[in-house]
Write a protein that binds this ligand. Structure first.
Ligand SMILES: C[S@@+](CC[C@H](N)C(=O)[O-])C[C@H]1O[C@@H](n2cnc3c(N)ncnc32)[C@H](O)[C@@H]1O
Length: 201
């Protein structure tokens, strides 16, 4: 079934002043698994145009912080959020955190990063997996013990080995395909809760 640009969730997002329909994926994940809490520091990878940042910013409140990173610009003005344009393949996060005086570790790392799809299922899955590996390496390094990690991945064999790796690093791992994911999409989300102690980058 083809991608529908103006479906129910796209219209709802517009009416509710969210910059993308993706908000409803994170909302469902958070309602079911409670990944983001008040006062949390959240690292949001693949954040543009910014609907996850809008959601997280509200959820963490004024004492929390959200750092969003994307290849593309993020044009949001949120009091407790910082937007950075950059490629997660190249960015030195240690330098970035000191530049913006960001305290770490983070309580939550969320990644909605997605490759430009080619239509070749195998290529797209591999590229999605590569982005997940980058996101997980940031979580290993910058997520605090007992912190939570959410990561988009395209369906396929790699997804199951990624889930197994998450199981070795977190106390609980769930997979969800939120209702708002379009039927044409291969995406699903890994929700890993409670990072085990002693895991570093
Ligand atoms: C589905 S969109 C994210 C939507 C976002 N969560 C929201 O709620 O508005 C996926 C994003 O991943 C970003 N992305 C893909 N590869 C990336 C990389 N290497 N570094 C940073 N961002 C990347 C893309 O630029 C794209 O904006």
């Amino acid at each position: 079934m083809p991608y529908k640009p103006n479906d129910h969730y796209a219209r709802k997002a517009k009416n509710e002043n969210f910059v993308a329909r993706s908000i409803y994926k994170l909302e469902e994940i958070d309602q079911r698994y409670r990944v983001i809490n008040s006062n949390d520091y959240v690292l949001d990878l693949g954040a543009s145009p910014g609907s996850w940042m809008q959601y997280a910013s509200k959820k963490v409140g004024e004492k929390g912080k959200v750092l969003g990173i994307d290849l593309k610009p993020i044009s949001l003005n949120l009091p407790n959020a910082i937007c950075v344009q950059g490629d997660m393949n190249e960015l030195n996060l240690d330098e970035l955190f000191s530049k913006y005086k960001i305290e770490k570790p983070f309580d939550v790392v969320i990644s909605d990063m997605a490759p430009n799809t080619t239509g070749n299922k195998f290529v797209d899955q591999c590229r999605s997996y590569d982005l997940c590996v980058i996101a997980l390496s940031s979580a290993k390094k910058f997520l605090k013990s007992n912190g939570n990690f959410v990561c988009k991945i395209f369906e396929g064999e790699d997804a199951m080995s990624f889930r197994d790796e998450l199981k070795s690093l977190f106390n609980e791992v769930n997979i969800l395909r939120p209702k708002s994911v379009q039927s044409s999409s291969k995406e699903m989300f890994m929700i890993a809760k409670g990072k085990k102690t002693g895991i570093g980058g």
